[in-house]
Design a protein around this ligand. Structure first.
Ligand code: NAP
Length: 285
């Protein structure tokens, strides 16, 4: 370090509920790094001037969330192949003076599955509920890791089909699209909820799948982390399936972003503990 703290941030709109500052500040503390990480609420039309300002102030990097993940691409010097495949950036870092856009969402998801369950993707079959931005990141990572078959089931079939077409430009894996009524007859090893169904304040208490789809060798993963134990995870657990909550992906993508910025891998345990404490605190308010 050169005696000055490193500046980092997350930009989005709205940004009030982000856990990113909590995660990264915990990682700074655990490693004794002198850095600041701030959340900025940036309206869509102000994105170019904010990115220019961060360059001028020599930020070490930043995270990007909705609605800027695609628009930021044109404001950077380069993007990684992952970010270009997804058409979305969640992490910006500096390398050789260039501002590089990357996307650590999918890799962060895989990292959390491996860490929590030793889950190896190769040869497995997965059902993905949802076809939005989070589903894109997860699907890209699973296919890149050698998934055997993927069903994308979405409320609006056309959106599942559009996602499948996009993925098929890069991967040979068999992808089937449909709605939840078209649950596969084949064995499903991994079920991922990438919809907001079950989230606090939005379809709270609801299950995104029929209650009879679980089995004991299935890993059920919910990207929703408010509440920490969603109705889907509770039902899967009751049926004897393994479960994985949404904080794992959040921490995984954050840890990989941190590694891009500092060249060292942070303590995911410290990040996870800080996020859980924050969620516990906000739930009891
Ligand atoms: P998005 O781009 O808006 O996509 C939302 C998806 O959910 C769409 O496929 C949409 O289906 C579906 N959906 C919305 N309401 C639904 C309903 N009532 N019933 C069934 N399906 C519904 O959102 P996103 O960014 O992908 O985020 C999806 C979820 O993942 C959110 O809950 C978000 O909090 C969570 N997430 C978690 C992480 C993490 O790190 N854990 C990261 C990102 C996102 P249609 O296409 O039919 O509208």
């Amino acid at each position: 370090m050169d005696g000055f703290p490193s500046f980092l941030a997350v930009i989005g709109h709205p940004i009030g509920h982000t856990l990113s500052p909590v995660l990264h500040r915990a990682a700074f503390r655990a490693l004794g790094i002198d850095a600041s990480y701030t959340a900025y609420d940036v309206a869509f039309e102000r994105l170019p001037e904010v990115v220019r300002a961060m360059r001028t102030l020599e930020f070490r990097g930043f995270n990007v969330t909705i609605p800027h993940k695609t628009a930021v691409i044109d404001l950077l010097d380069e993007c990684t192949p992952t970010a270009l495949r997804m058409g979305a950036v969640n992490t910006v870092y500096v390398s050789d003076g260039k501002w590089i856009g990357d996307n650590t969402d999918g890799a962060g998801y895989l990292l959390s599955l491996g860490r929590e369950h030793g889950f190896a993707v190769q040869g497995k079959r997965a059902v993905l509920l949802g076809a939005g931005g989070a589903a894109m990141g997860v699907a890209d990572a699973l296919l890149g890791a050698g998934l055997d078959a993927l069903w994308i089931l979405n409320r609006h079939r056309a959106k599942a089909e559009a996602l499948a077409r996009r993925l098929a430009q890069h991967y040979q894996t068999n992808i089937v699209t449909g709605t939840i009524a078209e649950w596969p007859r084949e064995r499903v090893d991994l079920l991922i909820n990438a919809t907001p169904v079950g989230m606090v304040g939005f379809l709270e208490g609801e299950l995104p799948v029929p209650p009879d789809v679980f089995h004991e060798r299935m890993l059920v993963s919910d990207l929703v982390y408010r509440p920490l134990v969603t109705p889907l995870l509770a039902a899967a657990d009751k049926a004897g399936a393994k479960t994985s909550g949404g904080l794992g992906m959040l921490v995984g993508q954050g840890a990989l972003a941190f590694e891009r910025w500092f060249g060292v891998f942070p303590s995911m345990d410290a990040m996870l503990a800080a996020a859980m404490a924050e969620l516990d605190g906000s739930a009891s308010k």
